[in-house]
Design a protein around this ligand. Sequence first.
Ligand SMILES: Nc1nc2c(ncn2[C@@H]2O[C@H](COP(=O)(O)OP(=O)(O)OP(=O)(O)O)[C@@H](O)[C@H]2O)c(=O)[nH]1
Ligand SMILES: [Mg+2]
Length: 314
Amino acid sequence: MRGARLRERFTFPLYDMATWFPGHMYKGIQGMQKRIGDMDCIIEVHDARIPFTGRNPIFDRHAKMRPHILVLSKVDLVDKKSVHWMQKNPDKLGATEVILADMKRQTLRTSNLLVEKMLEVIDHTDRFHRSRNESYHVLVAGIPNVGKSTLINYLRNTTLKKKGKSAKVGGIPGITKSVMERIKICEDPKIYLVDTPGVLTPRIESAEVALQLAACNTVRSEVLGEELICDYILYYLNKHGLTRYVEEYGLDEPIDNIHEVLKAIAKKYDKHLKHRVSGEYQVLPNFQFAAHKMLHDFNRGLLAEVNFNWEMMS
Ligand SMILES: Nc1nc2c(ncn2[C@@H]2O[C@H](COP(=O)(O)OP(=O)(O)OP(=O)(O)O)[C@@H](O)[C@H]2O)c(=O)[nH]1
Ligand SMILES: [Mg+2]
């Protein structure tokens, strides 16, 4: 399927780090540091499409003090080969325990497994002064928009059979803004989870890492621009022979020009804008709509199942 015209390399732009670490993240870290002394365990939630990229060393430091469970969320968006690797190699993912979760399908099996693992790792650790307290406290941390609040609601809904959302959830990064009050997710024994704001690593090592984080919607897309993020996604899809987008957007064959792809999306959804050029009106594709749509489609798994870190695994 790959034509000779497709890019072998992506030209990464220079990027500005200044806007990556908004004020609520500093506050979030301070809030977490205050609460860590009372916690029995840390659950780090991270997007399974980037199992290594962007993992925050801050959690690693905290996790050294407490047992550390890594929940890789959004496995429904990951290819089967990578899921298999993650199941077989939990030791390479740097956590006491690793659990893969598709929280779109809220199964009791995954939540039971997670509760079981929490109790198991806590029982294997010295709780010191906390041993007088019969209830358990668990800090849920991770970078933005990976599903931390979703996980808390999911556990509460499945184990306590409660309806509704006690932690606020949303499709854009930065929904949870401060370290929250504890939320009970299990009655016997009593387990409380504490939701936290998504905190990015303050050092993002390259533009490629930045683009992968942005493609997975863990940073606000305005930081890099949706068109550039879509161009990187297109490059990645073509490089891996993932050409579902061709049919989805009514193209004839895989192409490497993001403007042509965005034009096809605008055409499919009939989204055009009238511009006045040299005194005359011209109808042009609405590129902004098209880039937003492509990013959205990618993040709901319509274009492909992916793993941006496959090279690091194989
Ligand atoms: N496809 C898929 N989407 C998920 C999964 N888990 C969470 N989401 C979606 O990811 C988005 C972010 O979820 P949140 O729970 O708000 O993420 P968060 O980590 O709390 O985000 P912040 O509070 O902004 O840091 C929502 O649109 C969820 O529906 C999953 O396993 N699969
Ligand atoms: Mg949240």
